[in-house]
Ligand binder design. Structure first.
Ligand code: SF4
Length: 473
């Protein structure tokens, strides 16, 4: 029985079968006989989560622009479909062709969070690909690569991957595929290909490094072999206005976590909060011009038919052209009846002018990240937000007509004491008092709540009440 028929036969036995069939609007189908290199882009989590990942959308479209390269998508099946696959000998397959990914030239994983590591191994096992890199032989096929933020510390996964791609993938992915195509035509072996590949900036081939350990079990020496560089430098895109950005997304049949158009407005962050991995690994700060952002938002909305667009970045309100950019986007989205969604905002650059813009698109509450309950702790984590700035931001929001403000705090930060935890409640109380002290609020006689979200580094986020007027989540 053909693999396609086997899949079809069991689809109605599982939840959300549309996760497993491909064929969505915007997905790319190619004539296999004209394709030189096939890339299975794997997200080590379910379709609903992976389909929301912006990096995958960018690299999928970028690779498929090349006529002779075909990038297909592959996601981790959920438990029910995995059981069906194992029972019926259905190997892990790519959604565009429904071909097993073990027949692909590259099997590429994006590593977004550590909890997905075991899913990678399970997906390799489901695909019938040897889990350990050393067991994959010397034939030039099935190159298992990884990229994404977790790759800034690749060693826990070093035995399983042939290649790690450090930094941003828009340029280096195609350079790697070009080299592969050339060497495949020359009949090269896997080792010969990897030796050449590690000369490309951003490519780390873990098998080419020898480690020596001291008696204490700590690494004492790292020696590169096979001509690999001693230091591998990450790749960085220099000009955000020139870098490729898709003008179309795959539009899913089923609901996904972020079911909308996403436009990246900047990369990196001008802040340096000490707890923030993203703030460090996406350096340096680079932004797109308002014209580029507008053009990309418009073409994506037109091509996908989505009625919501969100601005993706680490800190959108730090964009140097934020006011004109929002004005242009709000004019367009309001006209086209498209919803513009904005992420959480910084507390130290929130102005009345920005509030006026936001009021046009956001009817619900405002969300700010204060992170620490006391000035001492905010200084320790380098949050650079003073209490005056927090109170001033809340005052602007309340005077501007908002009666709900959501504040994020973290618990379990290094050096934290009980005083810092109590400080969250004290700060929240002062904000509630500020709310009731504002003339317009008193006259309207309104009574609304302040939400405080606590994120713990040591346990799950919790919700509890410190004051009957405040909801703490
Ligand atoms: S402002 Fe946000 S993104 Fe930037 S470093 Fe701080 S926590 Fe990270």
């Amino acid at each position: 029985m053909l693999l396609k028929d086997k899949i079809e036969k069991h689809l109605l036995e599982v939840q959300k079968p549309s996760r497993y069939i491909g064929g969505e609007v915007g997905s790319v189908i190619k004539d296999e006989s004209k394709v030189d290199v096939r890339f299975a882009f794997c997200f080590p989590d379910t379709y609903d989560i992976g389909m929301s990942h912006l990096g995958m959308k960018i690299l999928y479209s970028l690779t498929n622009q090349r006529e002779n390269y075909w990038c297909e998508r592959c996601y981790a099946p959920s438990e029910d479909f995995e059981a069906v696959m194992r029972e019926n000998d259905i190997p892990l397959y790519a959604l565009e062709s429904l071909d097993p990914i073990k027949d692909f030239d590259f099997i590429g994983f994006t590593m977004q969070y550590e909890l997905s590591y075991t899913n990678v191994l399970n997906m390799l096992d489901l695909a019938g690909i040897p889990i350990f890199s050393a067991d994959r032989g010397d034939e030039l096929t099935q190159i298992v690569v990884a990229g994404g933020p977790c790759v800034c510390n690749p060693e826990p996964l070093a035995d399983f991957f042939d290649i790690f791609i450090l930094g941003e993938g828009e340029e280096v992915n195609l350079e790697l595929m070009d080299l592969y195509r050339k060497m495949k035509q020359q009949g090269a072996t896997r080792t010969e290909f990897l030796e050449k590949a590690c000369q490309i900036q951003g490519i780390y081939v873990p098998r080419f490094y020898k480690y020596s350990y001291g008696e204490d079990g700590i690494i004492s020496k790292v020696e590169p072999t096979n001509g690999a560089p001693a230091i591998v430098k990450k790749r960085i895109i220099k000009d955000m206005d020139k870098v490729f950005y898709p003008d179309n997304f795959v539009v899913p049949f089923t609901e996904i976590v972020h079911d909308r158009v996403s436009v990246e407005v900047l990369r990196g962050c001008i802040r340096g909060c000490r707890f923030c991995q993203a703030g460090f690994i996406y350096r340096p700060f680079r932004e797109k011009s308002t014209d580029t952002i507008f053009r990309e938002a418009k073409s994506l909305c037109e091509n996908t038919g989505y009625d919501e667009v969100s601005l993706a970045s680490l800190s959108t309100s730090d964009h140097s052209d934020i006011d004109p950019m929002l004005t242009k986007l709000i004019d367009y989205t309001a006209n086209e009846k498209i919803n513009l969604s904005l992420p959480s905002l910084r507390m130290d650059n929130f102005s009345e002018a920005l509030l006026e813009k936001i009021k046009k698109v956001r009817k619900s509450g405002l969300t700010f990240a204060a992170e620490g309950g006391t000035q001492r702790l905010r200084d320790v984590i380098n949050k650079n937000v003073s209490e005056d700035e927090i109170m001033n931001t809340c005052r602007i929001a309340f005077e501007g007509g908002y009666s709900t403000v959501k504040l994020y705090f973290m618990m379990g930060l290094p050096t934290e004491t009980d005083e810092d935890i109590v400080g969250i409640a004290d700060l929240a109380n002062r904000i509630v008092d500020l709310y009731y002290s504002i003339d317009t609020v008193r006259k309207a006689g309104e009574c609304r709540c302040l939400s405080v979200w606590l994120h713990s580094c040591r346990s799950r986020s919790r919700r509890f009440s410190l004051n009957p007027r405040i909801h703490v989540k």
